[in-house]
Design a protein around this ligand. Structure first.
Ligand code: PMP
Length: 367
């Protein structure tokens, strides 16, 4: 396990955002590097936090019962199938810690979410990186479910998928996933990370949540960080078989989700209109931004998320640095093994205008 951890590369947030905010002023900085929700949470969630201020000296509900009941009602999943976490990041780590470990293999796609490799290695497991779909496929560099199924060996304990995936933005169809699940042995746990679920268009994307009831070896993770705009509170959840959830409940920290966070997420779930509004704004700005970038001759990966992976080519580092000088933050992709690409979060209309204006200056009017 120690050898695995020594090879491990820490999660890279891209830039020192605290220093950048100090330099530019938080309001002048256009932060398009972390796939955050630029609109923020529901006003009901903010009010729920204020309402918790009188109880800060108390420990929170260790079971998160109210939030679980609200999630159960929203998803039609029994509360005993739900586990709450300090962000879905914590849950992704916990799953490897409990179900993988030394002597086992953990499979995931190259360019899959960065935490998959960290979780596998931190647990002492051997990561099995599966080649993605080719760059000229309909889902360029997306998960190749057939190749992932073929990569499963008797040592495989866990498979991570992200749908839609970060940093590619790509997704796979629901029927292909059902075929995949039929091919996976029952002693291999399949974890589907659906962090961007609320921002995906149900006409083209489908969730694995309804399948959890038919597959005891399937876990789906979700988060309040993206669609709900609560990244700062750190709340995620997973749905899985009751027995599996019971094991994880015993291993997790007893108060892993704090009181204001529990209350805010419950309130956020109650404000469906805000979530719908965010998803609509995001989809509209995403297609506007993708179109504008393509008009500038750039290759833009398909996305059902709140970000776009864009090929800026051999000049990527220079372009990113020049944008940063103007207070526009993108996420460099060198650490992901995608050095000619940059990941751009879809901002508000105003932020996206500023991005495009600055990009035009930097590219020298190349259109
Ligand atoms: N999964 C994916 C695919 C993500 O992009 C992110 C956030 N960048 C996470 C999980 C983690 O989100 P959180 O820990 O905030 O729930």
């Amino acid at each position: 396990a120690v050898a695995g951890v020594q090879r491990l590369r820490a999660y890279d947030p891209g830039h020192d955002l605290v220093a950048l905010r100090r330099r530019f002023g938080a309001h002048a900085l256009v932060e398009l590097g972390s796939n955050e929700n630029p609109y923020g949470p529901s006003a009901d969630a903010r009010a729920a936090i204020l309402d918790q201020l009188h109880a800060l000296h108390r420990y929170p509900d260790p079971r998160g019962g109210d939030l679980k009941r609200a999630l159960s009602a929203r998803h039609g999943v029994a509360p005993e199938r739900l586990l709450l976490g300090n962000g879905s990041h914590e849950l992704l780590m916990l799953l490897a810690q409990v179900f993988a470990g030394p002597g086992s293999e953990v499979a995931f796609s190259r360019y899959g979410f960065a935490v998959f490799a960290i979780a596998a290695q931190a647990s002492g497991a051997v990561p099995r990186v599966v080649e993605p779909l080719p760059r000229d496929a309909a889902m360029p560099l997306g998960h190749d479910l057939e190749a992932i199924a073929r990569a499963i060996t008797p040592a495989t304990r866990l498979v991570y998928l992200a749908n839609p995936n970060n940093p590619t933005g790509t997704w796979y169809p629901g029927d292909a996933f059902q075929v995949f699940m039929r091919r996976v042995p029952e002693d291999v746990l399949v974890v589907v990370d659906e962090a961007y679920a609320e921002l995906a268009d149900p006409a083209v994307w489908s969730s694995a949540l309804p399948l959890v009831a038919c597959h005891p070896n399937l876990v789906v993770t979700r988060t309040f960080s993206k669609g709900y705009g609560l990244a700062g509170l750190r709340v995620g959840y997973l749905a899985g078989a009751p027995g599996l959830v019971a094991v994880l409940e015993r291993v997790r920290e007893s108060f892993n989700v704090n009181g204001p966070a529990l209350a805010a997420c419950e309130a956020a779930l109650g404000d469906e209109a805000h979530l719908r509004w965010v998803a609509e704004r995001n989809a509209e700005q995403r297609s506007m931004l993708a179109r504008a970038l393509r008009e500038r001759g750039l290759f833009v990966f398909p996305s059902q998320t709140n970000f776009l992976l864009v090929e800026l080519g051999p000049e990527t580092a220079r372009i990113e640095a020049a944008l940063l000088e103007q207070g526009v933050v993108l996420r460099p992709m060198g650490g992901y093994g995608l050095p000619g690409c940059s990941r751009i979060t879809v901002g508000t209309a105003e932020e996206n205008r500023r991005l495009l204006r600055t990009l035009d200056d930097v590219l020298g009017g190349r259109r």
